[in-house]
Design a protein around this ligand. Structure first.
Ligand code: GLN
Length: 192
């Protein structure tokens, strides 16, 4: 199973390491040909406005939209969640997304309280809580009818799934846990 990590900006290496540790053939994706070769794609944490701009410059934005629309499994963490969202609140002016996930995200939502924090979270489908690291994280403000909320923090969804799309406000790639990446690999397997 070949899994790509969108490698325009952000914590690409951490995701590649998490996926490789689970036995996936993980590759960095910077070009449309690389995107075409993967069975699933991780959108890392980082800066969503920068990633969207670079995706446009590298001629990846439309291919990304097309593949997600076509059913390619994708997993977005933090900025990656924003990239998968259909709607953004507090985004930069003209900020583009890949979309596909029927959610409204609020960018930097936890920023007014604390910029970064860690929490033990219960996540649907996992037997024990996960250690969740939030770094200038978004939260989900609204979900469409097809979206399943897997975890909440401060009363807002922070992990969601809609069919082939998975997204977390936090960063499972910074821990050695592996269970959420495994959940994504299960999604890829079930679609493939
Ligand atoms: N605040 C960032 C953004 O809007 C996301 C932060 C992160 O990915 N850790 O893109």
């Amino acid at each position: 199973m070949r899994i790509g990590v969108l490698a325009l900006q952000g914590d690409v290496r951490e995701h590649l390491r998490s996926l490789t540790a689970l036995g996936a053939d993980a590759i960095a994706v910077r070009r449309p040909e690389e995107l075409a070769s993967v069975d699933g794609l991780v959108l890392p944490g980082g800066e969503s406005t920068t990633m969207a701009k670079l995706a446009r410059i590298f001629d990846l934005l439309e291919p990304l939209r097309a593949r997600v629309k076509d059913g390619m499994p994708a997993f977005g963490t933090c900025a990656g969640m924003i990239l998968l969202a259909d709607r953004i609140v507090d985004g930069a002016v003209g900020q583009e997304t890949i979309g596909g996930l029927d959610i409204t995200v609020r960018r930097n939502a936890f920023g007014r309280q604390v910029d970064s924090f860690e929490e033990s979270l219960t996540l649907a489908g996992l037997d024990a809580p996960v250690h969740a690291v939030f770094i200038r994280a978004p939260w989900v403000e609204e979900v469409g009818p097809e979206v399943e909320v897997l975890a909440t923090a401060a009363g807002h969804p922070v992990a969601v799934r809609q069919g082939h799309l998975l997204a977390t406000s936090f960063h499972p790639e910074v821990d050695d846990d592996g269970r959420i990446h495994r959940l994504f690999l299960d999604v890829v397997r079930s679609v493939g």
